[in-house]
Design a protein. Structure first.
Length: 750
């Protein structure tokens, strides 16, 4: 190499190095959203508000950016601290502050996406509706995707004045006016965090719902009476919420299906300040310890102020998937209703058969030829199996031999322009509203009859008439545990049984914005004022509504008392008289599937006894988890606390006994029951066990001489030598007035 070329190479290397360094130096640091916990006792007295102190802290971190631009929210009730857009360098600097307790990067979560009052036993003439005046005077705060205020479910007819204690507001945007009234008494928006994360596609900044989720959940919890509600004629009748006399306040945290921790914290913070009685959240974030869980932290603050918090358990379906499982939250799984959507077919021989359908049009298929393929391939209606010239304009029957799904068969029928389809299948079908052409799904027992007719009649086989848009009640078995409902053991703390209970969450009819597509028919989007949605998102507002009714009847009850009443009176037997089953497998479920059972509102009004838990009880529980001082400060929002009875044996209405190969084979529990029934009552013990477990309780009789009197009992659960991985039983207390106070006992043997 020549000297000239050598120096050129060195110069090129130096220039490249300098160019790279310049790029690194000039590249702006990435801003992300962080949740910051502070010790508020460190706030200088010169600051009148925490927000101005927070702004000053942020301003000191970065001179070019004003504190107001970095700050998303200051929190006053759910935690001590704020959320802000920060760089890693700023986070490191902030951690050196004497006020710093904890900080973590924000996580993004998701939404867990009417016959049900009658199915739960609510009646106008008696019971909980009558006693509570439909929840009059109670305020339910919905943390969700907004609300459509013009829906008839939110009309104020018959509603009492807004409670004077209400401190909320109705937030308007400049582009989209938003009316509130005596039913929908407040609506506010908290989407700064999700907008900063670029996960928002909201057309404006109003509380208006453009997804449908929040409108549906709100009207489920407390919608007013609306006659003639249906989805395309299915389930036609009076739509009403569980607590139609209660007030609704919406706190919008989602505009595109996703949610940000900072927004949910801000919404819950405002709901506490506004004075809600019930808080309902049909959403969730990934599993983390309680002190890092924003919903758990905020809910504990709400519970301290007497606010009942109910959350959806999640839609992951498998074991170990429950969300929102802190023991101060009431966690709700999903069950089915006893309602089905059907269509009928009458054949040329006058035989009429009934099957499943939710085809969205009252279409009539009359005097039409019935086509049944010539070979197994044609009969399967698999992709490419049918010929247009053979089946055009006919009703086509398809076997289900496993080669194609129902939906693939329907696509094949649509391709060859069949008029309608009759599909034979015994599988559980959950999305029959996605069928593209008029279709009827028959079980194999009925399929054998129509197959026999089609073969015998050959080319003369015909369909006299097919009728759609029919609704049937009394379907058995019901309820079942929905296939998608998240199940225990709880992944964060398996010592607490979750879900707590189940409530209707499958094909729930409730209000929806008219601009939201409910179904598609060909190339057309179909809208409706009411629609069926499924998910634990739909279950949680059912429980929120029942909690509002109970709060109206028993305003002195704590959130733990309300949950106890719901759990100890829940039922575990379906309308066939058997244990609640799994919708997917049809096998008997366990408390890991359904918790204490299916909600039973009228029984919950008079539970007899309750398992109550006060603030100190939750503090002792957290102490027993072994959290350090920093973690305790983050979740308690306090710099001092007392671990008076450190331990994880919470006074919960259920029992979980975990055993491993090297653990003792006996687990001991202590419980306290409070009498909320008759002054003079005597309760006798009944225990139920399954193979592999033994339950002992002392004493076996509890005598109460006055209301609110407390009595203690001790229980021990022993695992026997041949215990299966999961065993369960019950501890039940029964008095002379037929109060049955039932608590599930679950044994987990690893």
């Amino acid at each position: 190499m020549s000297v000239c070329n050598y120096y050129i190479s060195i110069l090129s290397f130096i220039l490249a190095l300098l160019f790279g360094i310049n790029n690194v130096l000039s590249k702006p640091e990435e801003y992300k959203t962080y949740i910051v916990h502070l010790d508020h006792s460190q706030k200088p007295s010169s600051f009148l508000t925490h927000e101005t102190w927070h702004q000053t802290i942020l301003k000191s971190l970065s001179k070019p950016v004003h504190g107001k631009e970095m700050l998303l929210y200051s929190y006053n009730h759910v935690m001590n601290g704020f959320s802000a857009r920060l760089t890693l360098a700023q986070v490191s600097k902030l951690k050196k502050s004497p006020a710093h307790i904890a900080i973590h990067e924000e996580k993004i979560g998701k939404l867990f996406t009417t016959h049900s009052p009658q199915f739960m036993g609510l009646r106008h003439s008696s019971g909980l509706w009558n006693a509570s005046s439909y929840g009059e005077g109670v305020i339910i705060g919905m943390i969700d995707s907004g609300v459509w205020p013009e829906s008839e479910s939110f009309n104020e007819k018959g509603m009492p004045p807004i409670p004077t204690r209400w401190k909320g507001k109705c937030q308007n945007s400049t582009t989209n006016p938003f009316p509130c009234n005596r039913k929908l008494i407040g609506a506010q928006v908290f989407i700064k965090g999700i907008q900063a994360a670029d996960e928002s596609d909201s057309p404006d900044d109003s509380p208006r719902d453009f997804l449908g989720h929040g409108t549906h959940t709100s009207s489920t919890a407390a919608g007013n009476h609306v006659p003639g509600a249906s989805q395309f004629g299915y389930a036609n009748g009076v739509a009403r919420g569980i607590a139609p006399g209660a007030h609704v306040a919406m706190y919008k945290v989602s505009s595109g299906g996703f949610i940000a921790e900072s927004d949910v914290l801000a919404a819950m913070d405002r709901a506490i300040a506004d004075g809600v009685d019930i808080m309902s959240l049909s959403l969730g974030f990934d599993h983390v310890p309680y002190f890092q869980d924003v919903i758990a932290t905020a809910s504990l603050s709400a519970i301290e102020k007497g606010i009942f918090v109910v959350c959806a358990a999640g839609n992951d379906g498998a074991p170990n998937t429950t969300f929102n499982s802190a023991p101060w939250i009431t966690t709700v799984g999903a069950g089915t209703l006893d309602r089905s959507f059907i269509a009928t077919v009458t054949l040329g021989n006058d035989l009429t058969l009934e099957g499943q359908s939710k085809f969205p049009d009252r279409v009539l298929v009359v005097d039409t030829l019935l086509y049944y393929g010539k070979g197994d391939f044609e009969k399967s209606c698999s992709d490419g199996a049918l010929n247009v010239s053979e089946v055009f304009g006919k009703v086509v029957m398809c076997d289900n031999n496993g080669s194609s799904t129902i939906f693939e068969q329907v696509r094949e029928l649509a391709r060859v322009e069949a008029l309608a389809g009759i599909l034979i299948a015994d599988e559980n079908l959950y999305n029959i509203d996605e069928l593209e052409i008029p279709s009827l799904i028959l079980p194999s027992s009925s399929g054998a009859l129509i197959r026999k007719y089609a073969i015998e009649a050959a080319d003369d086989a015909s369909v006299k008439i097919m009728r759609f848009v029919l609704t049937s009640f009394g379907t058995k078995p019901a309820p079942q545990v929905a296939f998608f409902s998240s199940r225990g053991p709880d992944p964060v703390n398996p010592n607490i049984l979750k879900p707590d209970i189940i409530a209707p969450g499958v094909e729930v009819l409730a209000a929806i914005p008219p601009i939201v597509s409910v179904e598609q028919f060909g190339n057309y989007d179909l809208g409706s004022d009411y629609a069926f949605l499924s998910g634990t998102s739909m279950s949680a507002p059912h429980v929120a509504g029942v909690a509002a009714l109970l709060k109206a009847v028993h305003p002195e009850w704590s959130p733990a008392a309300i949950r106890s009443a719901l759990m100890t009176t829940a039922y575990t037997v379906d309308n066939n008289g058997t244990t609640l089953t799994n919708q997917f497998t049809s096998l008997s479920g366990t408390p890991l599937d359904y918790g204490a059972g299916h909600i039973n509102p009228n029984k919950a009004m008079d539970p007899g006894l309750i398992y109550d838990i006060d603030w100190q009880g939750y503090v002792d529980f957290l102490c027993g988890l072994g959290y350090n001082d920093t973690e305790m400060k983050a979740i308690l929002r306090q710099s001092k606390w007392s671990c008076s009875q450190k331990g994880t044996d919470l006074n919960y209405p259920s029992f979980v006994a975990m055993f491993s190969a090297d653990s003792p084979n006996v687990k001991n529990f202590n419980r306290v029951l409070t009498n909320v029934g008759d002054d003079q009552s005597v309760y006798q013990l009944i225990t139920e066990t399954s193979q592999g477990m033994t339950i002992k309780v002392e004493p076996t009789t509890l005598t109460f001489t006055s209301k609110y009197q407390k009595q203690k009992f001790a229980a021990s659960v022993q695992m026997n030598g041949k215990a299966p991985p999961v065993a369960y039983g019950y501890v039940k207390w029964i008095d002379q007035n037929n109060h049955i106070v039932a608590s599930p006992v679950v044994v987990l043997n690893s």
